[in-house]
Design a protein around this ligand. Structure first.
Ligand SMILES: C[S@@+](CC[C@H](N)C(=O)[O-])C[C@H]1O[C@@H](n2cnc3c(N)ncnc32)[C@H](O)[C@@H]1O
Length: 186
């Protein structure tokens, strides 16, 4: 959505986001076969960079190109695709690893599964819905957050390797629960 682009362009202009790769990615990447990687909503490219450093050929999609342009990290080995994921067709049966960190678009779930090659790995982590009062306080929207067990149900056709709802992420003094799923296609 256009509104997502302007919102994120402004955020990346004004905020410094983490440049280290996500731990869920560094912990589980060894399970992915070598080859093609997709980083959904790549932001500043921190996870895409890690994939490229690990010899993957990386496609990284985001509606905002400000994060990656401003990025202090070397994104020269990443195929950055500046597109709205609302209208993005993911290549089918093409990726050895698909990464989705801190982003949620339920409409992409089935495409994500179809995009994996046999033995391909999905690494998915994002926030669970906090209380209604927190959502109101941070002026957010319920649909941006996962429900308990939602990832398990959505990706039950894959082989689940790891699932957790235990970690707590603190952003601006607010504690969020995050759900993490690692699964492969057998
Ligand atoms: C919280 S950031 C996560 C970035 C990255 N995955 C990470 O973990 O560092 C969410 C990203 O989603 C992107 N985004 C939001 N809506 C989008 C859309 N409709 N299409 C593509 N990207 C979108 C934003 O531009 C932003 O970079």
């Amino acid at each position: 959505m256009k509104v997502d682009q302007s919102k994120w362009d402004v955020r990346y202009q004004n905020t410094q986001y983490p440049t280290l790769p996500s731990m869920i990615l560094t912990d589980f990447i060894h399970l992915a076969p070598p080859g093609n990687a997709l980083d959904i909503a790549t932001g500043n490219g921190r996870n895409a960079l890690f994939l490229a450093q690990n010899k993957f050929k990386v496609d990284a999609v985001d509606i905002s190109n400000v994060g990656i342009k401003k990025s202090a990290i070397d994104t020269s080995n990443i195929n950055f695709i500046h597109q709205d994921l609302d209208h993005f067709k993911i290549k089918q049966n093409y990726y050895d690893v698909v990464v989705n960190i801190n982003f949620l678009d339920r409409n992409l779930f089935s495409q994500m599964m179809q995009s994996l090659k046999n033995n391909g790995l999905l690494i998915f982590q994002t926030k669970l819905k906090p209380s209604d009062s927190i959502i109101k306080r941070i002026k957010s929207t319920k649909s941006h957050y996962l429900l308990p067990n939602e990832l398990l149900e959505a990706f039950h056709d894959l082989h689940i390797i790891y699932y957790s709802e235990h970690k707590i992420k603190i952003i601006n003094d607010i504690s969020f629960q995050i759900a993490s799923l690692v699964a492969d296609k057998r």
